[in-house]
Each structure stands twice: as C-alpha cells, then as structure tokens.
Design a protein around this ligand. Sequence first.
Ligand code: ZN
Length: 225
Amino acid sequence: MIEGIGTISLALPYRFGSVSSYLVKTDTGYVLIDTGCRKNRTDLEKELESAGCKPDSLKLIVLTHGDFDHTGNAAYLREKTGAKIAMHYDDSGMVERGNMFWNRKKSYFVIRMMTPVLFRFGKSERFKPDLYLKDGDDLSEYGLNARVLHIPGHSQGSIGVLTAENDLFCGDLLESTDKPDLNSIMDDVTAANASVKGLNKLGVRTVYPGHGKPFPMVEFIKNDQ
Ligand SMILES: [Zn+2]
C-alpha cells in the first residue's frame, strides 16, 4: 500500500534546471523512482535521510529510463542499501555501457558533446540492473501497488509507473518545466504520441514528471488539444 509520495527536486549542473526523484513510502518500506545525476548524490542522500528512509528500508529503485540525470546514483544506492535496480531492458545498455545513445535513433550532436562534461558517468556509475521491467508488470511484491507502463518516445525503454490510485510517474515522456507538455527531447515522436494516446485512456489523476512539478493529467490533455 502506498502511504505517501515525496518529491525530491535536484538541481542539474549549469542552467539545465532540475530533475526529480520520487520517494514512495509503502507499508513495507520505500521505493525510489529515479536517482538524479552523480552531482546530486549528497543532496539526494540528505533528502532520503530527512524523509526517514533508512538504508535497509529502501526496497527497490525504479529507473524510468537510462539517461544519466535519472540513473547517476542507482549503483551507489544499491551498494549502500541492498535495494534492487529495476528498469526496461531496452534502456539497460545505456547504463551498462555508460552511453546515453545506445539504442537511440537520434544523436543530438550538442547533447552528445555536452553529456560527458555535465553528467560525468564514470565506470563506478555503470551497472547492470537486477530486474527488467515490461509493460503490465505488477510491483506489489515491493510494497508498491502499481503497474509498469511501457511508454517509449523519449527513449525506447522508457517506462511509467501507474499506481492503483491512477497516479503516474511518467519519466521524461511528459514534463512541466514551463507548463504540462510533451518533453522537448524526443527520440521517436511517433512512438511518443502513441504512448500519450494510450495514457489518455487510462484516467490518470496526478502526473509526476522527471522534470518540473507534479500536475493533474487533465491540464496536459487541455494543453495538448
Ligand atoms: Zn531527464
């Protein structure tokens, strides 16, 4: 059962805004959704501590996709807490190889050049996930009454987590840095639109995006028309 959702907003280097992790409190412990980038480590640990999440109470780390601003502390936290790391197979090569462009169609030249500088993803940050998640997977054995949605677009292995209360952790499919919108960086726009179309049918209540503040899904649908 979900007892609470905490938003952990972490500042990205330079003027890249912020990235959000979400700490979900369940009746059996905690589940962390996304982990920020390497530079956020101290802040993230402080936030986990002040939320009362002790190392042995973190049960699972879900990564919505393989980008370094979401996965930079996953290996470190697994080592420290023993929590398992779960993500979609189609993005796993990104974190195993330390290459955000593994399995991506587009290679944004500027991002490709800047990434190693901004999000330093050294050998110690590379890892192999413990679990591969696919569409429809049930997370209740980790205390999280939720299921996995495969929502490709930003990357091929992007996933969302839809709770039993119909709240959605959407990773970087949607954002709300300015207003609720499709994330501005898309690897496959056709796939992203299909993912959004699928979401529109689910009666999603609150969206918890990778970047920006949580927002009601109806606000996105209104803007999208
Ligand atoms: Zn991101």
